[in-house]
Design a protein around this ligand. Structure first.
Ligand code: GDP
Length: 177
């Protein structure tokens, strides 16, 4: 597809975190492969996917890491966060508990990641509006207090996934350059 021919100006490591089953893997594959798979669980072990794109006329390779199930055992290690310039912190808008745990994930980031890490809070599964358990206002308030960017997405329909990643990558660009 020609991507390989381009000179890469920057490589940005981004980590995807949040409770199990909120849609982390699907959000990631929507962004990197424009794909969604209902029954997808990958094997345990840290993995990443990449997508090369242009941000402010620079060629950026986004290297996006997936916990690949480690979060189930609270075993996300500091190696996972090392060198990360951005984080996508995902919860499920139909699972209140996954939003209640967001503060804990922010603490985890503050403890293990670089101070200048850019964080986006992602309320996923907006296609399930009739099952919504987390009002947008609650997340907006939390995001404002913590200095996070906030998006509601659907990995299933693709709604807002590109917008969320582009915003995160643009903010990383303005932090690092
Ligand atoms: P992870 O454990 O956070 O990586 O979650 P997965 O990506 O494996 O997704 C967990 C489940 O939620 C799977 O059954 C997915 O098909 C489903 N899922 C993920 N994203 C969405 C979404 O945007 N909408 C709906 N309706 N289901 C989703």
């Amino acid at each position: 597809n020609g991507d390989e021919q381009k000179i890469i100006d920057y490589v940005y490591k981004v980590v995807v975190i949040g409770d199990s089953a909120v849609g982390k893997t699907q959000v990631l594959s929507r962004f990197t492969r424009n794909d969604f798979c209902f029954d997808s669980k990958s094997t345990i072990g840290v993995e990443f996917q990449t997508r090369t794109l242009t941000i402010k006329s620079k060629v950026v390779k986004a290297q996006i890491w997936d916990t690949a199930g480690q979060e189930r055992y609270r075993a996300v290690t500091s190696a996972y966060y090392r060198g990360a310039l951005g984080a996508m912190l995902v919860y499920d808008i139909t699972k209140r508990e996954s939003f209640d745990h967001v503060a804990r994930w922010v603490e985890e980031l503050r403890a293990h990641a670089d101070n200048s890490i850019v964080i986006a809070l992602i309320g996923n599964k907006v296609d399930l509006e009739d099952k919504r358990a987390v009002p947008s206002e609650d997340a907006v308030e939390f995001a404002e207090n913590q200095g996070l960017y906030f998006f509601e997405t659907s990995a299933l329909t693709g709604d807002n996934v590109e917008a969320a990643f582009f915003k995160l990558l643009e903010e990383i660009y303005s932090v690092v350059s």
